[in-house]
Design a protein around this ligand. Structure first.
Ligand code: AMP
Ligand code: MG
Length: 418
Protein backbone atom coordinates (compact mmCIF):
# COMPACT_ATOMS: atom_id res chain seq x y z
CA UNK A 1 0.00 0.00 0.00
CA UNK A 2 1.60 3.36 -0.93
CA UNK A 3 2.23 5.81 1.91
CA UNK A 4 0.11 8.94 1.96
CA UNK A 5 2.32 11.83 0.99
CA UNK A 6 2.21 14.36 3.86
CA UNK A 7 2.06 17.33 1.49
CA UNK A 8 -0.66 15.78 -0.63
CA UNK A 9 -3.76 17.90 -1.10
CA UNK A 10 -6.09 15.08 -0.12
CA UNK A 11 -4.25 14.20 3.07
CA UNK A 12 -5.31 16.57 5.86
CA UNK A 13 -3.94 15.62 9.29
CA UNK A 14 -6.74 17.65 10.93
CA UNK A 15 -9.50 15.77 9.18
CA UNK A 16 -11.50 13.38 11.38
CA UNK A 17 -11.67 9.74 10.45
CA UNK A 18 -15.07 8.17 9.96
CA UNK A 19 -14.59 6.18 13.17
CA UNK A 20 -13.77 9.30 15.20
CA UNK A 21 -16.82 11.08 13.83
CA UNK A 22 -19.07 8.10 14.49
CA UNK A 23 -17.84 7.76 18.07
CA UNK A 24 -18.37 11.46 18.82
CA UNK A 25 -21.87 11.40 17.30
CA UNK A 26 -22.91 8.29 19.22
CA UNK A 27 -21.61 9.78 22.47
CA UNK A 28 -23.78 12.85 21.92
CA UNK A 29 -26.95 11.20 20.59
CA UNK A 30 -28.19 9.15 23.56
CA UNK A 31 -31.54 7.42 23.34
CA UNK A 32 -34.65 9.43 24.14
CA UNK A 33 -36.14 8.19 27.39
CA UNK A 34 -39.66 9.58 27.01
CA UNK A 35 -42.41 6.99 26.62
CA UNK A 36 -45.76 6.90 24.94
CA UNK A 37 -48.51 4.32 24.58
CA UNK A 38 -49.53 3.44 21.04
CA UNK A 39 -52.05 1.11 19.44
CA UNK A 40 -50.61 -2.05 17.89
CA UNK A 41 -51.41 -0.58 14.46
CA UNK A 42 -48.85 2.17 15.14
CA UNK A 43 -46.22 -0.05 16.75
CA UNK A 44 -44.23 -1.29 13.74
CA UNK A 45 -40.55 -0.39 14.06
CA UNK A 46 -41.03 1.14 17.49
CA UNK A 47 -38.89 0.34 20.51
CA UNK A 48 -40.60 -1.41 23.39
CA UNK A 49 -40.25 0.57 26.63
CA UNK A 50 -41.15 -2.19 29.09
CA UNK A 51 -40.71 -5.97 29.17
CA UNK A 52 -43.76 -7.97 28.16
CA UNK A 53 -44.79 -11.47 29.24
CA UNK A 54 -47.51 -13.74 27.86
CA UNK A 55 -50.86 -13.17 29.56
CA UNK A 56 -52.65 -16.19 28.15
CA UNK A 57 -51.95 -19.58 26.66
CA UNK A 58 -51.78 -19.56 22.85
CA UNK A 59 -53.61 -21.50 21.70
CA UNK A 60 -55.95 -21.10 24.70
CA UNK A 61 -57.37 -24.66 24.31
CA UNK A 62 -56.30 -27.92 22.64
CA UNK A 63 -57.18 -27.61 18.95
CA UNK A 64 -56.85 -29.73 15.85
CA UNK A 65 -53.89 -29.26 13.49
CA UNK A 66 -55.78 -30.92 10.64
CA UNK A 67 -59.13 -31.44 9.01
CA UNK A 68 -60.12 -34.94 10.15
CA UNK A 69 -61.86 -36.90 12.91
CA UNK A 70 -61.34 -36.70 16.68
CA UNK A 71 -61.47 -39.99 18.58
CA UNK A 72 -60.33 -41.89 21.67
CA UNK A 73 -56.85 -43.46 21.58
CA UNK A 74 -58.28 -46.89 22.44
CA UNK A 75 -60.49 -46.70 19.32
CA UNK A 76 -57.58 -45.94 16.98
CA UNK A 77 -57.22 -49.45 15.57
CA UNK A 78 -56.76 -50.13 11.88
CA UNK A 79 -60.10 -51.30 10.43
CA UNK A 80 -62.17 -49.89 13.31
CA UNK A 81 -65.57 -48.46 12.38
CA UNK A 82 -66.71 -45.49 14.51
CA UNK A 83 -70.04 -43.69 14.80
CA UNK A 84 -69.94 -40.06 13.62
CA UNK A 85 -71.76 -38.04 16.31
CA UNK A 86 -71.08 -34.38 15.55
CA UNK A 87 -68.86 -31.63 14.17
CA UNK A 88 -66.38 -29.28 15.82
CA UNK A 89 -65.46 -26.34 13.58
CA UNK A 90 -63.18 -23.35 14.28
CA UNK A 91 -65.20 -21.03 16.50
CA UNK A 92 -67.97 -23.63 16.91
CA UNK A 93 -66.92 -26.30 19.44
CA UNK A 94 -68.89 -29.55 19.85
CA UNK A 95 -70.11 -29.56 23.48
CA UNK A 96 -70.71 -33.24 24.04
CA UNK A 97 -68.39 -35.81 25.59
CA UNK A 98 -67.05 -38.40 23.19
CA UNK A 99 -67.93 -42.01 24.16
CA UNK A 100 -66.04 -45.19 23.19
CA UNK A 101 -66.76 -46.14 19.58
CA UNK A 102 -67.60 -42.57 18.58
CA UNK A 103 -65.84 -39.87 16.56
CA UNK A 104 -66.44 -36.20 15.77
CA UNK A 105 -65.76 -34.49 12.46
CA UNK A 106 -63.17 -31.79 13.27
CA UNK A 107 -61.70 -28.91 11.26
CA UNK A 108 -58.33 -27.16 11.59
CA UNK A 109 -58.24 -24.84 14.61
CA UNK A 110 -61.40 -26.36 16.15
CA UNK A 111 -61.43 -27.28 19.86
CA UNK A 112 -60.82 -30.97 20.66
CA UNK A 113 -64.02 -32.35 22.27
CA UNK A 114 -63.92 -33.80 25.81
CA UNK A 115 -62.94 -37.44 25.68
CA UNK A 116 -61.11 -37.21 22.33
CA UNK A 117 -57.37 -37.94 22.48
CA UNK A 118 -56.18 -37.74 18.89
CA UNK A 119 -57.15 -36.60 15.41
CA UNK A 120 -56.91 -38.81 12.36
CA UNK A 121 -56.47 -37.00 9.03
CA UNK A 122 -59.49 -37.11 6.76
CA UNK A 123 -57.32 -38.67 4.01
CA UNK A 124 -56.79 -41.74 6.26
CA UNK A 125 -60.44 -42.75 6.68
CA UNK A 126 -63.31 -43.90 4.53
CA UNK A 127 -66.54 -42.16 5.38
CA UNK A 128 -70.23 -42.82 4.80
CA UNK A 129 -73.16 -40.82 6.19
CA UNK A 130 -72.97 -41.97 9.79
CA UNK A 131 -69.65 -43.80 10.26
CA UNK A 132 -65.95 -43.75 9.41
CA UNK A 133 -63.60 -46.65 8.75
CA UNK A 134 -59.96 -46.18 9.89
CA UNK A 135 -57.23 -47.06 7.36
CA UNK A 136 -54.42 -46.36 9.75
CA UNK A 137 -54.22 -47.76 13.27
CA UNK A 138 -50.81 -46.64 14.41
CA UNK A 139 -51.78 -43.34 16.11
CA UNK A 140 -50.63 -42.12 19.51
CA UNK A 141 -52.46 -39.92 22.03
CA UNK A 142 -52.04 -36.28 21.04
CA UNK A 143 -51.62 -37.05 17.33
CA UNK A 144 -52.52 -33.89 15.28
CA UNK A 145 -53.47 -32.03 18.48
CA UNK A 146 -51.98 -28.62 19.31
CA UNK A 147 -51.99 -28.45 23.09
CA UNK A 148 -52.92 -25.31 25.07
CA UNK A 149 -49.91 -22.99 25.30
CA UNK A 150 -48.12 -25.01 22.60
CA UNK A 151 -47.09 -21.78 20.87
CA UNK A 152 -46.80 -19.56 23.98
CA UNK A 153 -47.62 -20.52 27.57
CA UNK A 154 -49.10 -17.88 29.90
CA UNK A 155 -46.34 -16.29 31.98
CA UNK A 156 -43.55 -16.87 29.43
CA UNK A 157 -41.34 -13.78 29.09
CA UNK A 158 -41.89 -12.46 25.57
CA UNK A 159 -39.84 -9.36 24.86
CA UNK A 160 -37.29 -7.34 26.79
CA UNK A 161 -37.50 -3.57 26.97
CA UNK A 162 -35.58 -2.23 23.99
CA UNK A 163 -36.92 -4.78 21.51
CA UNK A 164 -37.72 -3.39 18.07
CA UNK A 165 -41.23 -4.44 17.15
CA UNK A 166 -41.36 -6.17 13.76
CA UNK A 167 -44.16 -8.06 12.04
CA UNK A 168 -43.69 -11.27 14.08
CA UNK A 169 -43.59 -9.43 17.42
CA UNK A 170 -46.72 -7.49 16.53
CA UNK A 171 -48.48 -10.73 15.59
CA UNK A 172 -47.47 -12.35 18.88
CA UNK A 173 -48.75 -9.36 20.87
CA UNK A 174 -52.02 -9.47 18.92
CA UNK A 175 -52.35 -13.20 19.70
CA UNK A 176 -52.02 -12.24 23.36
CA UNK A 177 -54.82 -9.71 23.14
CA UNK A 178 -52.36 -6.88 23.82
CA UNK A 179 -53.88 -3.94 21.94
CA UNK A 180 -51.64 -1.11 23.15
CA UNK A 181 -47.93 -1.02 23.97
CA UNK A 182 -45.59 1.33 25.78
CA UNK A 183 -42.82 2.43 23.41
CA UNK A 184 -40.12 5.09 23.28
CA UNK A 185 -41.21 8.38 21.78
CA UNK A 186 -40.07 8.84 18.17
CA UNK A 187 -37.31 11.38 17.61
CA UNK A 188 -38.62 14.53 15.86
CA UNK A 189 -36.43 15.26 12.86
CA UNK A 190 -36.59 18.69 11.21
CA UNK A 191 -34.89 19.12 7.87
CA UNK A 192 -34.39 21.76 5.22
CA UNK A 193 -32.37 22.48 2.13
CA UNK A 194 -30.31 25.63 1.73
CA UNK A 195 -29.50 27.31 -1.55
CA UNK A 196 -30.64 30.27 -3.67
CA UNK A 197 -30.42 28.06 -6.76
CA UNK A 198 -33.06 25.60 -5.48
CA UNK A 199 -36.57 25.37 -6.89
CA UNK A 200 -39.31 23.04 -5.65
CA UNK A 201 -40.05 20.00 -7.85
CA UNK A 202 -43.38 21.35 -9.06
CA UNK A 203 -42.03 24.65 -10.40
CA UNK A 204 -40.18 25.30 -13.68
CA UNK A 205 -36.50 26.16 -13.64
CA UNK A 206 -35.29 29.67 -14.35
CA UNK A 207 -31.73 30.52 -15.40
CA UNK A 208 -29.13 29.12 -13.00
CA UNK A 209 -31.69 27.13 -11.03
CA UNK A 210 -31.92 23.42 -10.15
CA UNK A 211 -34.64 21.38 -8.50
CA UNK A 212 -34.25 20.71 -4.80
CA UNK A 213 -33.62 16.97 -4.80
CA UNK A 214 -31.91 16.62 -1.42
CA UNK A 215 -35.04 17.26 0.61
CA UNK A 216 -36.87 14.48 -1.22
CA UNK A 217 -33.95 12.11 -0.83
CA UNK A 218 -33.79 12.91 2.88
CA UNK A 219 -37.51 12.36 3.38
CA UNK A 220 -37.17 8.99 1.62
CA UNK A 221 -34.16 8.03 3.72
CA UNK A 222 -35.93 9.01 6.94
CA UNK A 223 -38.94 6.83 6.11
CA UNK A 224 -36.98 3.74 7.19
CA UNK A 225 -36.68 4.98 10.79
CA UNK A 226 -39.22 5.50 13.57
CA UNK A 227 -39.03 9.27 13.39
CA UNK A 228 -41.53 12.11 13.13
CA UNK A 229 -40.48 14.39 10.28
CA UNK A 230 -40.84 18.18 10.06
CA UNK A 231 -40.12 19.53 6.57
CA UNK A 232 -39.01 23.18 6.62
CA UNK A 233 -38.66 23.44 2.84
CA UNK A 234 -35.99 25.43 1.02
CA UNK A 235 -34.22 28.15 3.00
CA UNK A 236 -32.58 31.03 1.17
CA UNK A 237 -28.88 31.80 1.39
CA UNK A 238 -29.09 34.66 3.86
CA UNK A 239 -27.95 34.64 7.45
CA UNK A 240 -31.36 35.81 8.64
CA UNK A 241 -33.28 33.08 6.81
CA UNK A 242 -30.96 30.36 8.07
CA UNK A 243 -31.03 31.71 11.65
CA UNK A 244 -34.82 31.94 11.63
CA UNK A 245 -35.22 28.36 10.36
CA UNK A 246 -32.71 26.94 12.82
CA UNK A 247 -34.30 28.81 15.71
CA UNK A 248 -37.75 27.44 14.88
CA UNK A 249 -36.46 23.92 14.37
CA UNK A 250 -34.21 24.02 17.41
CA UNK A 251 -37.20 24.84 19.62
CA UNK A 252 -39.11 21.62 18.91
CA UNK A 253 -36.96 19.06 17.10
CA UNK A 254 -34.63 16.45 18.55
CA UNK A 255 -32.56 16.41 15.36
CA UNK A 256 -32.03 19.01 12.65
CA UNK A 257 -30.62 17.94 9.29
CA UNK A 258 -29.69 20.52 6.68
CA UNK A 259 -28.02 20.16 3.31
CA UNK A 260 -25.69 22.62 1.66
CA UNK A 261 -24.00 25.74 2.92
CA UNK A 262 -21.42 24.06 5.15
CA UNK A 263 -18.35 24.89 3.12
CA UNK A 264 -16.41 28.11 3.56
CA UNK A 265 -17.83 30.01 0.58
CA UNK A 266 -19.56 33.40 0.77
CA UNK A 267 -23.01 31.81 0.56
CA UNK A 268 -22.34 29.22 3.27
CA UNK A 269 -24.41 30.80 6.00
CA UNK A 270 -25.11 27.62 7.93
CA UNK A 271 -21.49 27.73 9.00
CA UNK A 272 -21.70 31.35 10.13
CA UNK A 273 -25.04 31.11 11.96
CA UNK A 274 -23.96 28.04 13.84
CA UNK A 275 -20.68 29.54 14.84
CA UNK A 276 -22.57 32.54 16.23
CA UNK A 277 -25.59 30.88 17.88
CA UNK A 278 -25.09 27.11 18.21
CA UNK A 279 -22.59 24.70 19.63
CA UNK A 280 -21.14 23.17 16.56
CA UNK A 281 -18.01 21.48 15.41
CA UNK A 282 -17.18 21.90 11.76
CA UNK A 283 -15.51 18.82 10.65
CA UNK A 284 -13.39 18.05 7.77
CA UNK A 285 -14.05 14.36 7.39
CA UNK A 286 -11.44 12.15 5.81
CA UNK A 287 -14.07 10.45 3.67
CA UNK A 288 -15.15 10.83 0.06
CA UNK A 289 -17.76 11.92 -0.74
CA UNK A 290 -18.65 14.06 2.26
CA UNK A 291 -15.66 16.11 3.34
CA UNK A 292 -17.39 19.07 5.00
CA UNK A 293 -19.86 18.13 7.71
CA UNK A 294 -21.15 20.08 10.66
CA UNK A 295 -22.25 18.34 13.83
CA UNK A 296 -23.33 19.82 17.13
CA UNK A 297 -26.37 21.40 18.73
CA UNK A 298 -28.79 24.17 17.98
CA UNK A 299 -31.42 24.99 20.59
CA UNK A 300 -32.48 21.62 22.03
CA UNK A 301 -31.64 19.66 18.88
CA UNK A 302 -28.70 17.67 17.64
CA UNK A 303 -27.55 19.28 14.44
CA UNK A 304 -26.24 17.64 11.27
CA UNK A 305 -25.16 19.99 8.51
CA UNK A 306 -24.69 17.70 5.53
CA UNK A 307 -22.90 18.77 2.37
CA UNK A 308 -24.94 19.99 -0.60
CA UNK A 309 -23.91 17.47 -3.20
CA UNK A 310 -26.58 14.77 -3.44
CA UNK A 311 -24.28 11.72 -3.32
CA UNK A 312 -22.51 13.20 -0.30
CA UNK A 313 -25.92 13.66 1.35
CA UNK A 314 -26.79 9.99 0.99
CA UNK A 315 -23.34 8.81 2.01
CA UNK A 316 -23.01 10.95 5.14
CA UNK A 317 -26.60 10.12 6.11
CA UNK A 318 -25.88 6.39 5.84
CA UNK A 319 -22.59 6.53 7.68
CA UNK A 320 -23.28 9.13 10.38
CA UNK A 321 -26.93 10.16 10.65
CA UNK A 322 -28.27 6.59 10.52
CA UNK A 323 -26.42 5.40 13.65
CA UNK A 324 -27.53 8.55 15.50
CA UNK A 325 -31.19 7.98 14.61
CA UNK A 326 -30.95 4.31 15.55
CA UNK A 327 -29.51 5.13 18.95
CA UNK A 328 -31.90 8.01 19.64
CA UNK A 329 -34.80 5.69 18.83
CA UNK A 330 -33.46 3.03 21.21
CA UNK A 331 -32.09 0.67 18.58
CA UNK A 332 -28.58 -0.74 18.57
CA UNK A 333 -26.35 1.32 16.32
CA UNK A 334 -24.42 -1.67 15.06
CA UNK A 335 -21.79 -1.00 12.43
CA UNK A 336 -22.97 -2.23 9.02
CA UNK A 337 -21.59 -5.55 7.78
CA UNK A 338 -19.19 -5.39 4.88
CA UNK A 339 -18.01 -8.26 2.69
CA UNK A 340 -15.07 -8.93 0.41
CA UNK A 341 -15.50 -9.12 -3.33
CA UNK A 342 -13.23 -9.53 -6.34
CA UNK A 343 -12.82 -6.30 -8.29
CA UNK A 344 -13.62 -6.53 -12.03
CA UNK A 345 -11.95 -3.27 -13.11
CA UNK A 346 -9.34 -0.78 -11.91
CA UNK A 347 -10.57 1.93 -9.50
CA UNK A 348 -8.73 5.23 -9.24
CA UNK A 349 -8.14 7.10 -6.02
CA UNK A 350 -5.75 9.60 -4.43
CA UNK A 351 -4.47 8.78 -0.92
CA UNK A 352 -5.92 10.88 1.92
CA UNK A 353 -9.61 10.04 2.34
CA UNK A 354 -11.54 6.82 2.84
CA UNK A 355 -13.44 6.46 -0.42
CA UNK A 356 -16.96 5.11 -0.85
CA UNK A 357 -17.19 4.41 -4.59
CA UNK A 358 -20.58 3.59 -6.06
CA UNK A 359 -20.54 0.04 -7.36
CA UNK A 360 -22.51 -2.92 -8.64
CA UNK A 361 -22.08 -6.05 -6.53
CA UNK A 362 -22.98 -9.36 -8.16
CA UNK A 363 -22.08 -13.02 -7.97
CA UNK A 364 -20.49 -15.12 -10.67
CA UNK A 365 -19.01 -18.63 -10.55
CA UNK A 366 -16.16 -17.31 -8.35
CA UNK A 367 -18.46 -15.71 -5.76
CA UNK A 368 -18.90 -11.97 -5.08
CA UNK A 369 -17.60 -9.67 -7.82
CA UNK A 370 -17.86 -5.89 -8.00
CA UNK A 371 -17.49 -3.13 -10.61
CA UNK A 372 -17.95 0.65 -10.69
CA UNK A 373 -21.46 2.00 -11.27
CA UNK A 374 -21.32 5.05 -13.50
CA UNK A 375 -19.82 8.44 -12.66
CA UNK A 376 -18.13 8.88 -9.31
CA UNK A 377 -18.72 12.62 -8.90
CA UNK A 378 -20.53 13.62 -5.70
CA UNK A 379 -23.15 15.34 -7.87
CA UNK A 380 -23.82 12.22 -9.96
CA UNK A 381 -26.83 10.93 -8.07
CA UNK A 382 -28.06 8.72 -10.89
CA UNK A 383 -25.04 6.45 -10.37
CA UNK A 384 -26.42 5.82 -6.86
CA UNK A 385 -29.54 4.30 -8.33
CA UNK A 386 -27.50 2.12 -10.68
CA UNK A 387 -25.34 1.01 -7.75
CA UNK A 388 -26.23 -1.48 -5.02
CA UNK A 389 -23.09 -1.14 -2.91
CA UNK A 390 -20.09 0.98 -2.06
CA UNK A 391 -16.56 -0.24 -2.64
CA UNK A 392 -14.73 1.01 0.45
CA UNK A 393 -11.13 1.99 -0.30
CA UNK A 394 -8.94 2.75 2.74
CA UNK A 395 -7.69 6.26 3.44
CA UNK A 396 -4.12 5.56 2.41
CA UNK A 397 -5.03 3.55 -0.69
CA UNK A 398 -4.00 4.85 -4.11
CA UNK A 399 -6.64 2.84 -5.92
CA UNK A 400 -7.26 -0.82 -6.63
CA UNK A 401 -6.69 -3.09 -9.60
CA UNK A 402 -8.88 -5.53 -11.41
CA UNK A 403 -8.55 -8.88 -9.59
CA UNK A 404 -7.93 -7.32 -6.15
CA UNK A 405 -10.12 -8.26 -3.21
CA UNK A 406 -11.86 -5.14 -1.96
CA UNK A 407 -14.16 -4.31 0.94
CA UNK A 408 -17.78 -3.79 -0.10
CA UNK A 409 -20.64 -2.20 1.84
CA UNK A 410 -23.95 -3.42 0.36
CA UNK A 411 -26.69 -0.79 0.21
CA UNK A 412 -29.14 -3.18 1.87
CA UNK A 413 -27.07 -2.77 5.06
CA UNK A 414 -27.49 1.01 5.17
CA UNK A 415 -30.44 1.95 2.95
CA UNK A 416 -33.28 -0.26 4.19
CA UNK A 417 -36.49 0.11 2.22
CA UNK A 418 -39.37 1.05 4.51
P1 AMP B 1 -23.17 23.77 -1.31
O1 AMP B 1 -22.54 22.87 -0.30
O2 AMP B 1 -24.33 24.53 -0.77
O3 AMP B 1 -22.14 24.67 -1.95
O4 AMP B 1 -23.73 22.82 -2.46
C1 AMP B 1 -22.85 21.96 -3.18
C2 AMP B 1 -23.51 21.52 -4.47
O5 AMP B 1 -24.69 20.79 -4.18
C3 AMP B 1 -23.96 22.66 -5.38
O6 AMP B 1 -23.70 22.30 -6.73
C4 AMP B 1 -25.43 22.76 -5.10
O7 AMP B 1 -26.14 23.33 -6.17
C5 AMP B 1 -25.80 21.34 -4.87
N1 AMP B 1 -26.99 21.27 -4.00
C6 AMP B 1 -27.10 21.89 -2.81
N2 AMP B 1 -28.32 21.66 -2.28
C7 AMP B 1 -28.98 20.88 -3.15
C8 AMP B 1 -30.30 20.31 -3.16
N3 AMP B 1 -31.13 20.51 -2.14
N4 AMP B 1 -30.66 19.55 -4.20
C9 AMP B 1 -29.79 19.35 -5.22
N5 AMP B 1 -28.54 19.84 -5.26
C10 AMP B 1 -28.15 20.61 -4.25
MG1 MG C 1 -25.32 26.21 -1.33
Amino acid sequence: MPEAAPGCDEFDPNAKTLEQARTAILEACQRLEELETVALEQALGRTLAEPLAARIDVPPAAVSAMDGYALRATDAAKGARLALVGTSAAGHPWDGELQPGQCVRILTGAVIPDGAELVVMQEQVERDDATILLHNGDLATGHNIRGPGGDTAAGTPLYAAGTTLGAAEIGVLASQGIARVKVLRRPRVAFFSTGDELVPVDQPLGPGQIHDSNRHTLRALLAAYPVEVQDYGVIRDTEDAVREALTRAGATADVIITTGGVSVGDADHVTRVLQASGQVGFWKLAIKPGRPLAFGHFGQAHFFGLPGNPVAVMTTFALLVRPALQQLAGRAATAPQTLNARLLEDLHKTPGRKDFQRAVLETDERGWVVRAAGGQGSHQLRAMSEANAYVVLPRESAGARAGDWVEVLPFREIFPTP
